[in-house]
Write a protein that binds this ligand. Structure first.
Ligand code: NAI
Length: 421
């Protein structure tokens, strides 16, 4: 590790460069923002600390921020999601400060977060709120004073930051990128749906057709995953705790069961709840021999792996990212990617075309914070609706899709209460 970077192997850069170019081609909205940023320099001199999955799409976002005049340092938001060739290229070709190595241990993960924070950022860009919570730890008040605002990428991070704001400990305004319609309706649903199936298939090469496939949590990610698994012929079962979400799943045509019963029927289980110990000992006890368990929620806490270890007599890695646990009664359960988000561990994360919108929200929210942070409080704010709409408009335009406009008569009708039968 040097002061400026810590990546696995700088020699991987050429491969990373090609893959970044490939992603860039599928990110027309971010490219158009980059063109404008290059001319207008809205982020001039801003030091940005970013803690994101280090993927090709993130590289395109980082280069967009740099084009806008920012100085950027980047670390990983998950120890297993870094693409080492991308990290290498950002350092070697673009001179960025990147601190991220796929498979880094917990200590290195936090050392990398500290390295990014030591640059005294004015803005933070987080995915899961590990950077922001580290910045708020005791003894870091000095660093906190410099920060004018930040953005948060994912559901779990927004929940953590709202709880900090509620307790009155959040030190600066945060824009909840996750909650923009052009983020969660597309990234969480179609991005997580497709890439989670991709991750499971790359790790296992299972046949999904005809397979009982349990989706645990029918939120934005869960509904995308259920739809994609059904599309491949799996027999999808949904489990939920929220009656409204459960009802939606029922009406969408899925079987909905309590997890204790689904545990007996499922052959693949995927958690996407953002919650703790969702699959635990009582469920492992009921599972069939050969059941496969994966997680695509933000943290590796959804599957209680400690309980599984305690129930097991043996454990071995049978394929990359597939651990076989042999229980005392001889049944074998297979855990993918150590229970970390499987779409980033064994596949490449979301496709660039969907990250185009998520990261357009990031870039425009940072620009918004540079202009308006001083007028905001220490709270979590939504992405301004004009930004959200503009991103949808740009994305449609890039796809060559045209839509109708309201006539003046229709606008009047929709904004009036005087019309009746
Ligand atoms: P969401 O809040 O829309 O959905 C979560 C659902 O899980 C809710 O319907 C909730 O009722 C349900 N749930 C909570 N506890 C449960 C339990 N014990 N059993 C069954 N259901 C339970 O959240 P969203 O946007 O779907 O995100 C889910 C997780 O995925 C979060 O941790 C988020 O940060 C993460 N995420 C991961 C991505 C990836 O690339 N793998 C991308 C986007 C989000």
């Amino acid at each position: 590790m040097t002061d400026s970077h810590d990546v696995k192997e700088p020699g991987l850069a050429p491969g990373g460069q090609l893959r970044i170019h490939w992603a860039e081609q599928a990110m027309p909205v971010l490219r158009s923002i980059r063109e404008r940023f290059t001319k207008e320099q809205p982020l001039g001199g801003m030091q940005i600390a970013a803690c994101l999955h280090v993927t090709t799409e993130t590289a395109v976002l980082m280069l967009t921020l740099v084009a806008g005049g920012a100085r950027v340092t980047l670390c990983a938001s998950n120890p297993l999601s870094t693409q080492d060739d991308v990290a290498a290229d950002l350092v070697a070709e673009h001179g960025l400060s990147v601190f991220a190595i796929k498979g880094e241990d917990k200590e290195t993960y936090y050392r990398h977060i500290d390295a990014v924070l030591s640059r005294r950022p004015k803005l933070t860009m987080d995915d899961g709120a590990d950077l922001v919570s580290t910045l708020h730890a005791p003894g870091r008040q000095r660093l906190l004073q410099d920060v004018i605002g930040g953005t948060e990428e994912t559901t779990t991070g927004v929940i953590r930051l709202r709880s900090m704001a509620q307790e009155g400990v959040l030190g600066y305004p945060i824009v909840a990128v996750n909650d923009a319609d052009t983020k969660h309706l597309f990234d969480n649903r179609y991005g997580t749906g497709q890439s989670t199936v991709d991750g499971i298939l790359r790790a296992t090469n299972l046949l999904l057709a005809g397979k009982p496939f349990v989706v645990v949590g029918y939120g934005m990610c869960g509904r995308g995953l259920a739809a994609r698994a059904r599309g491949m012929g799996a027999q999808v079962i949904v489990t939920e705790t929220d009656p409204l979400r459960a009802l939606e799943a029922v009406m969408e045509g899925y079987r909905v069961l309590p997890l204790a019963r689904a545990a007996e029927e499922g052959e693949v289980f995927v958690t996407v709840t953002g919650n703790l110990h969702v699959i635990r000992a009582e469920h492992f006890h009921r599972m069939k021999d050969g059941a496969v368990i994966a997680n695509s929620g933000h943290f590796n806490v959804e599957v209680d792996l400690e309980a599984l270890e305690a129930m097991s007599q043996a454990k071995r890695t049978i394929r990359p990212f597939v651990e076989e646990y042999t229980l005392r009664d001889g049944r074998r359960l297979y855990v993918l990617g150590e229970g970390r988000l499987i779409n980033l561990v064994s596949a490449e994360g979301h496709p660039a075309a969907v990250m185009d919108m998520s990261f357009a929200n990031q870039a425009l929210s940072v620009e918004y914070l540079v202009k308006h942070a001083r007028t905001l409080g220490r709270k979590v704010y939504p992405v301004p609706v004009e930004i959200d709409r503009e991103i949808a408009r740009l994305k449609l335009a890039s796809m060559g899709v045209e839509v109708d406009e309201l006539t003046a008569e229709q606008r009047g009708y929709l904004s009036s209460w005087t019309f009746g039968t």
